[in-house]
Structures are given as structure tokens and as C-alpha cells.
Design a protein around this ligand. Sequence first.
Ligand code: NAD
Length: 315
Amino acid sequence: MKTEKVNRVVLVGTGAVGCSYAYSLINQGVAEELVLIDVNEARAEGEAMDLNHGMPFAPSPMKVWSGNYQDCSNADIVVIAAGLAQKPGETRLELVEKNTIIFKQIVKNIMESGFNGIFLVATNPVDIMTYVTWKESGLPKERVIGSGTVLDSARLRFALGKYFNVDPRNVHAAIIGEHGDTELPVWSHAMIGIEHIDTVLKRKGDLEKECLHDIFVNVRDAAYQIIERKGATYYGIGMSLVRITKAILNNENSILTVSAYLNGEYGHNDVYIGVPVKINRSGIQEIVEVELNEKEKEQFNHSVEVLKGTMQLVI
Ligand code: NAD
């Protein structure tokens, strides 16, 4: 009898981000098995119980349990959303130092299980944590992926959809660079439906393009605005992580702006940063090198410099 391949996802870190991912994964029926791991074992257990109780209403069956690092041995994807968030008065650098220590231990535990799948990292600062995961795991760069600017690009598409009164799924626009303050919009390639954004703006009579600046600033600062109101952001990133998971497990060849290792692409080396890539079952199949204009190139180079500067202090 033929045994069907069962897709297993292991989630490390069952906090707000991790559980939003788990909830969304179940509701979209993406994998057959989901293992929850957290340093707070009781929390992982409670989340597994709660999620399982929704299973009669899920689109397809999924086995969910709270497990341990041994469960990573035959996992297809390990998603890491574990770690600390910035505390008031704490610098970004202090956070990087603490999360780097946490990550080294987590990745060591995962690799000791014999894991040979794909890492998907969400913990901030995500570009640096993805680099740490790649370095510590020894896995090929194609199989270590950060959520990068997938969420930021989704925020941009949502905001443009609202401005032009168009379904955000018909908006093709991206944010690249660091997932953070130095990220940038790639206006030179933004499309509304099948038209370039400049054409649509001209028709609207909006020649100054001031709206674009405001839209971008709101997208870049969205996390601050949400944290100010509700303390954390988690639904958007949860759904973004599911989108990436689907692209991998369904071998989609989807183009998404994840955090990927640059090896000469965009004129840079030895850095993980948000760029458009083609994703399939093998992980990052190809980095898409779009032609940036001079301003975008300058902004991207600056973003790389800032990331490398922070990275030097912890790696
Ligand atoms: P949270 O505090 O709710 O959850 C973190 C979880 O990690 C907790 O359950 C904690 O017990 C667990 N944990 C801590 N150390 C661990 C260890 N050594 N092993 C296993 N589990 C451990 O935080 P959150 O709101 O879920 O955020 C998680 C991370 O995601 C943060 O770094 C946050 O900044 C980041 N984040 C990223 C994005 C993005 O776009 N990439 C968006 C939002 C949040």
C-alpha cells in the first residue's frame, strides 16, 4: 500500500506570533502535522489543546500536539517565532544580543535531532536572526528563510488597494531591504492591476505623488502604530508566515520578498535581507534581481550597511 507523504511543520515559540501562525495554518488546512514547542511547556500544551478543539471545523484534518526537539527530525519546515520583544528603554542592540543567545541554543537543539528541512524565521530583528540560524545550522542558504519584508509588502498592497479602491490582491508592489526602519518601497516596479502605478496616478490627476510618500511612511511605521495601540503585532505576520509555508509545501514558485542570503546579488555579499525571491519545495529557488533606480539602489545599499553594522556587533 502506498503511504502518502505527510507534511510536518514544527513551530518553536508559541507566543502571540507563533499562535496566530498556528491558527491561520489550521484554518487554511496547509499541513497534516503541527508540533508546538516552547520553553514554557505548559503554554505549548495549552495552545495545542485549544487549537485541537477547533479541528471539527477545520477545512482538512491536522494532527496538532505539544512536542520536543526530537519531533524536528523529520519535519519539512521549522518555524521559529521564539524570543523576546523589545522592552521599554531597551535598545535594539540589547534585544539582538539576547535573541542571538536564545537562537544559538534553539538551532543547536533542532539540528541535533537530525533536522534536514527548511527553516522559516520570524523573530526580530528578523534579518539578523535568520543569519544566525543559517550560520548555526550549517544548512544551505536556500533552506534558511526569514519572513523579511513579506508583511511590509502586504501592508503596502493593502494601503495602495485602499487608496486606489482596488482589491489588494491586484496590487503588485513590494517593500525590500531590512525589515525595519531602513526598508524601502520599489515604486519603479509597482503595478495596479496591469498598469504601472505612475499611469494610474496620472489618470487620477495626482502628479505630485505625495500620497505615495505618506502611504510608505505609514507602512514603514505600522508596527509602531499597532504596538502603541495593542502592545504587539501578530495576525498579519501569522498570515504572512502561512503564505510562505504554502509556497514551500505546494512547490508554488511564488515570488515573495523574504529575507534571503545575498551572494553577489544586488552587489552585496554575506547578508540576509528582504528581496524578491522565487520560493518552492526546495526553499529559495532563485533571487529575483529587479532593476532598481538610482534612489532605490542608494536606499538599498544604506539598508545593507545598517544591517551589517548591527550584525558585526553580535556575530
Ligand atoms: P511573545 O512574547 O508573545 O512570544 C514569544 C514566545 O517565545 C514565548 O511563548 C516564550 O515562552 C517563547 N520563548 C522564549 N525563549 C524561548 C526558547 N529559548 N525556546 C523556546 N521558546 C522560547 O512574543 P511575540 O509577540 O509572539 O513575538 C515573537 C517574535 O516575533 C518577536 O521577536 C517579535 O519582535 C517578532 N515579530 C516579528 C514580525 C515580523 O514581521 N518578522 C512581526 C511581529 C513580531
